[in-house]
Design a protein around this ligand. Structure first.
Ligand SMILES: C[S@@+](CC[C@H](N)C(=O)[O-])C[C@H]1O[C@@H](n2cnc3c(N)ncnc32)[C@H](O)[C@@H]1O
Length: 220
């Protein structure tokens, strides 16, 4: 699939690295996604943690086909090192399963609330570290060629995001944020620099490179 739209500027005209590319695949844009209103109401009434603590075992992402399609495009078009991947806030394995289908072998999942659903679908045991524990260094000493965080980073409290991002930059060469929102944007002063962006069927992937790790050559 060749994307049919490519832009090299950011909408607000701000400065981004010359290698940064934003691509919008217009031909893959459906009329609309199913409304996310129900889940927003659940977050409001039970809180994010309360919601996943009570319902984590049954979690399924209604946008899983879009996540799969997006990852297909990302893996096909971007020259990523997929030798060791972390699926952060892994839900019931939406990203892990999609990457597995694309031939990725070594994937760790982490999710403190949906680890049973993750195991049920992937057959793999997920770690249970929270964003807050990771921000405090719980994964220090590990190394991933790619960290993927899908439909989850926007749930991190704004004040905790810089520390979480900085910790992730110590253990991951690249960070791929998959999100139906524009949020969150990860900033260079949090040790990540944006390299690529693509939007497929209204779901966005943003690829960042860590500024805290030695530069490595990408490979497929
Ligand atoms: C909308 S789901 C996304 C799951 C999956 N990545 C996907 O693409 O469908 C958000 C995930 O964030 C996890 N989560 C919520 N609060 C968290 C926290 N404080 N620390 C770590 N994970 C958290 C939930 O358990 C849930 O699996």
């Amino acid at each position: 699939m060749v994307p049919d739209g490519a832009e090299c500027t950011w909408p607000d005209g701000s400065c981004h690295p010359s290698s940064f590319t934003r691509i919008i695949c217009k031909s893959m844009r459906p009329d609309s996604l199913p409304p996310a209103k129900a889940i927003r109401l659940e977050y409001e009434s039970r809180g994010v943690e309360g919601f996943y603590q009570e319902s984590g075992d049954d979690y399924r992402n209604p946008h899983e086909p879009q996540v799969q399609r997006l990852l297909e495009v990302v893996v096909t078009q971007w020259n990523l090192d997929l030798s060791r991947v972390l699926d952060l806030a892994a839900g019931s394995g939406e990203v892990s399963l999609a990457l597995r289908r694309l031939g990725v072998g070594k994937i760790d999942g982490i999710d403190p609330f949906t680890f049973r659903a993750y195991h049920a679908r992937t057959g793999q045991t997920a770690g249970r570290e929270t964003f807050e524990q990771i921000a405090d260094g719980a994964l220090e000493g590990r190394h991933y060629s790619l960290i993927v965080c899908s439909f989850a980073m926007h749930l991190v409290e704004r004040s905790r995001l810089p520390r979480l991002a900085q910790q992730l930059a110590r253990i991951g060469d690249r960070l791929l944020i998959v999100t139906p929102h524009k949020r969150p944007e990860i900033r260079p002063d949090w040790a990540w620099i944006i390299e690529q962006e693509i939007v497929v069927q209204r779901v966005r992937a943003r690829l960042y490179r860590s500024l805290s790790r030695p530069q490595r050559q990408d490979r497929k």
